[in-house]
Design a protein around this ligand. Structure first.
Ligand code: GDP
Ligand code: MG
Length: 163
């Protein structure tokens, strides 16, 4: 049975871009449960030969930019609880916003280990955002660019103890 990695974060931080980069083509659309319209995307990821199941928690997204609506939160919560490790993405260009802090507080209350990724970190525009990410109270944020593929080796190293 493959280890499970969940991707979490507020809308537009690059979760699906990361998911797509790690999964390539083998994507399954999974209906989470009756009454939850949103699909949870799962796939098999391969990173430098390391294989794991990856879950894109699209359920956190879209409905309300300011809060995590209960139903969506449940879906994401389940994904994190089932996961061996969670990748918590922030947008290093936008910096830390209250919704990131809300997700951080929630993740700290869960048992699943968290890897904090400062995405969109290519170029100078992201430097202050990477520094701000320290305030979320996890280990050193990992600068990453899902779009450009920067940081894949660091991600491999961070995931390895959990896989
Ligand atoms: P999600 O809502 O968290 O799933 O975010 P998406 O993956 O849909 O990405 C939101 C936007 O951010 C899209 O326009 C992406 O092209 C862009 N994006 C994702 N990753 C990066 C990155 O590493 N750098 C930059 N500059 N943009 C990115
Ligand atoms: Mg998405």
């Amino acid at each position: 049975k493959l280890p499970i990695v969940a991707i979490v974060g507020r809308p537009n931080v690059g979760k699906s871009t990361l998911f797509n980069r790690l999964v390539g083509k083998r994507v399954a659309l999974v209906d989470d449960r009756p009454g939850v319209t949103r699909d949870r995307r799962e796939g098999t990821a391969v990173l430098l030969g390391m294989e794991f199941k990856i879950v894109d928690t699209a359920g956190v997204e879209d409905e309300d930019p300011d809060t995590l609506p209960g139903r969506m939160r449940m879906q994401t919560q389940n994904a994190v609880r089932e996961a061996d490790v969670a990748l918590f993405l922030i947008d290093a260009r936008a910096g830390i916003v209250p919704q990131d802090e809300e997700i951080a507080r929630w993740l700290r209350s869960e048992d699943t280990p968290v890897i904090l990724m400062a995405n969109k970190a290519e170029g100078k525009a992201a430097e202050s955002g990477v520094l701000e990410a320290y305030s979320l109270g996890f280990d050193t944020p990992m600068p990453f660019s899902a779009e450009h593929g920067d940081g894949l080796v660091d991600l491999f190293e961070a995931l390895r103890p959990h896989i």
